[in-house]
Write a protein that binds this ligand. Structure first.
Ligand code: G3I
Length: 365
């Protein structure tokens, strides 16, 4: 079921007319006060990762997204494999749909991402060329995509997940073929700085982010992320902010989250909680039941994150909180980890969970 944008507007308009009509009929009773939403409550932008298929496929998806959020992040359709499946052949249709939808509904677009060691097309993985040829394909991809979306997106995750979990060094396919970076392998350690420079030259007004996960663990991962972004900033490389993905579970350390947010804020860069979800089944229990206790624990963790983000990141540096999708049925976690899980704010029927109300409480004083 594809719902063209124009029909969606008519549908939303129809709903609004009906609501207005209903409100009008009960002149004797005051119109019902609208429920608070994530976007109406938060002192910063509230986002969700989105895909064009999901937007097209469901009125509930569209309605929830428009009502609750004022920012979107492209989940997978602005990544290398999707945008340039063959060298020099660019596919912007799905990204354009997301940008058009967001623009129509006055939502910020955070584009994700130019350079990552994953989501690469085979032609890159198998590319044979000297360092100049590698630099050219790298620069051409960034420049082409940044130019296409110039003036349409507010910001980019320029480089994603460049730092290893275990020792804080740069991922390098030479060293770790499994999860190393082909970019570090062929372009040298300073590929990250050049990615930011190419992006900035193509779209000088876009805010540019380094995005990673595991900052809440502390240790070498956090130390290396702080060192990287601080170095870029001190060198005058055009970095605007850092994304703290926050793919966490209900057992994540509150102290670790607080310490990471404080240290990221101390860089002076914008801080974006960029991919938040909170797993309730980190031990892959095949028999798990989403009990009310688990729901309450998850809600408390969402509330804590919002409260701590507001308390530790200065308002000028709050780029917002983005969840990685918003409906449990669209989460990457169950499929990726082959387990039952309910990590997001809305259930598979788009009903607000305890997690939603927990986050809402944490967004206000
Ligand atoms: O929807 C299409 C479907 O129509 C098509 O038939 C199928 C063919 O492969 O692809 C489907 O798209 C898949 C998409 O997820 C939606 O399910 C893509 O192949 C698949 O690559 C994509 O995976 C995404 C992954 O990044 C790689 O891009 C996950 O959804 C997404 O959650 C995950 O997100 C990453 C962040 O970018 C970085 N941080 C970690 C996070 C989770 O791994």
């Amino acid at each position: 079921m594809i719902i063209p944008l124009r029909n969606c507007c008519c549908f939303v308009l129809l709903i609004n007319v009906l609501l207005f009509a209903g409100a009008c009929k009960k002149k004797s009773n005051p119109a019902p006060t609208a429920d608070p939403t994530l976007q109406s409550t938060a002192p910063f932008l509230m986002g969700s990762a989105v895909g064009s298929d999901a937007i097209k496929g469901s009125y509930n998806y569209q309605g929830t997204l428009i009502n609750e959020y004022n920012s979107v992040t492209s989940d997978y359709q602005l990544k290398f494999d999707w945008v340039e499946p063959q060298q020099g052949v660019f596919n912007y249709a799905d990204g354009d749909y997301i940008v058009a939808f967001a623009t129509q509904h006055h939502m910020r677009v955070h584009a994700h991402n130019f350079i990552w060691h994953q989501a690469l097309p085979n032609w890159v993985i198998n590319f044979q060329g000297d360092s100049l040829a590698w630099e050219n394909l790298f620069k051409t991809h960034i420049e082409s995509e940044a130019t296409h979306y110039k003036g349409q997106v507010a910001s980019w995750d320029v480089v994603n997940e460049a730092i290893r979990d275990d020792d804080g060094t740069l991922r390098n396919k030479d060293v770790n073929p499994g999860d190393g970076s082909i970019w570090r392998q062929h372009l040298g350690a300073d590929y990250i700085a050049r990615a930011f420079q190419y992006a900035h030259e193509a779209d000088p007004n876009a805010l540019l982010f380094y995005n990673d996960y595991g900052q809440e663990w502390g240790g070498v991962k956090l130390d290396s992320i702080i060192a990287l972004v601080t170095s870029l900033k001190n060198r005058g490389i055009p970095i605007s902010g850092v994304g703290m993905q926050m793919h966490i579970d209900i057992n994540a350390s509150n102290a670790g989250i607080t310490a990471a947010l404080k240290r990221l804020a101390a860089t002076g860069l914008k801080v974006h909680i960029s991919e938040l979800d909170i797993s309730v089944n980190p031990n892959n229990d095949p028999n798990i039941v989403f009990t009310s206790d688990l729901q309450t624990t998850q809600a408390a963790k969402y509330r804590f994150i919002a409260e701590t983000y507001r308390a530790t990141v200065p308002a000028a540096q709050q780029y917002g909180i983005t969840t990685w999708e918003f409906c449990d049925a669209d989460s990457w976690i169950p499929a990726f980890f082959h387990r039952k899980d309910w990590p997001l704010l809305f259930d598979s029927d788009y009903k607000k969970k305890a997690a939603y109300f927990g986050l809402l409480k944490g967004l206000k004083d």
